[in-house]
Design a protein around this ligand. Sequence first.
Ligand SMILES: NC(=O)c1ccc[n+]([C@@H]2O[C@H](COP(=O)([O-])OP(=O)(O)OC[C@H]3O[C@@H](n4cnc5c(N)ncnc54)[C@H](OP(=O)(O)O)[C@@H]3O)[C@@H](O)[C@H]2O)c1
Length: 263
Amino acid sequence: MKDDRKTQTVLITGATDGLGKAAAVLLAEHRYRVFAAGRSAEKREQLDALAKQKNLPLKTLEMDVCDDASVQKAVSAIYQEAGQIDVLINNAGLVYVGAVEDLRLEDWRRQFETNFFGVIRVTQAVLPKMRERRAGRILMMSSVSGFVTPPLHARSAAEQNRFGQPKTVLHVVVYKFRDNVSNYDRERAINGIKDMAGKIPGIKNVWIKTARNQIKDFSGVYAIEFTSAEAAADYSESPVHEAWSKTWQEQRENSLSFQVTNP
Ligand SMILES: NC(=O)c1ccc[n+]([C@@H]2O[C@H](COP(=O)([O-])OP(=O)(O)OC[C@H]3O[C@@H](n4cnc5c(N)ncnc54)[C@H](OP(=O)(O)O)[C@@H]3O)[C@@H](O)[C@H]2O)c1
């Protein structure tokens, strides 16, 4: 680690628990000057005690990323004490997992208010001085669910996608092979996805994951990343796809497909 990094000031949101706390402690152990922000007074007290015990340059701050006044107050306090913020880590976040129809609108709003607008709010508070100094870094904590959406994570994917992969169109298929499909045919069907992808324009990436549940019971997921919404729309019309689909239909018992697009 370079010496000039040692006195840098880092603000981490959601640093009283989980990944944010781990990052805060690690950076402080490397002698960064860390401001660890969160809402819970109890968790902050515990982290302050840990910092004192380990003699770490880490101080906690009260900050609710959903509250303008709270963010302004915390950021001003850092400027007063440290003069500048060199690194902002937008980590505060929460995850509600559930089927779309089971989650209440207020859950969706809370998630977006924290994970999306919270990031904008804190960034807006910190960015002007970084611009003035023409120096600074802002890191966004995202999630793999912004790339591939597991079942019951639609809400998380919707919000994470805004930071994860701009202009990404993902076509995700979760499938199960028929019981009587031979290993040879299964391989043929799986490899066919990649062969097909190589022949259709506008496909950027293909990910395939299969799992063997029992001897002949294979299931899995594949995701195709397109360069544009138009390419995704053309995909199913392509004759190459049509030819491969016949094999695929014969091998699979069932499948569920959905498309994830971000603006
Ligand atoms: N863990 C994973 O597997 C995983 C996977 C993908 C992405 N992520 C992302 O990684 C980040 C951290 O996840 P984690 O699992 O470490 O979370 P966690 O253990 O639940 O900790 C969340 C932190 O965010 C803070 N927080 C929540 N709402 C807040 C608000 N309104 N204002 C300020 N702070 C708030 C909490 O502190 P207080 O309670 O003190 O406010 C806590 O310190 C999140 O953005 C999450 O989406 C995590």
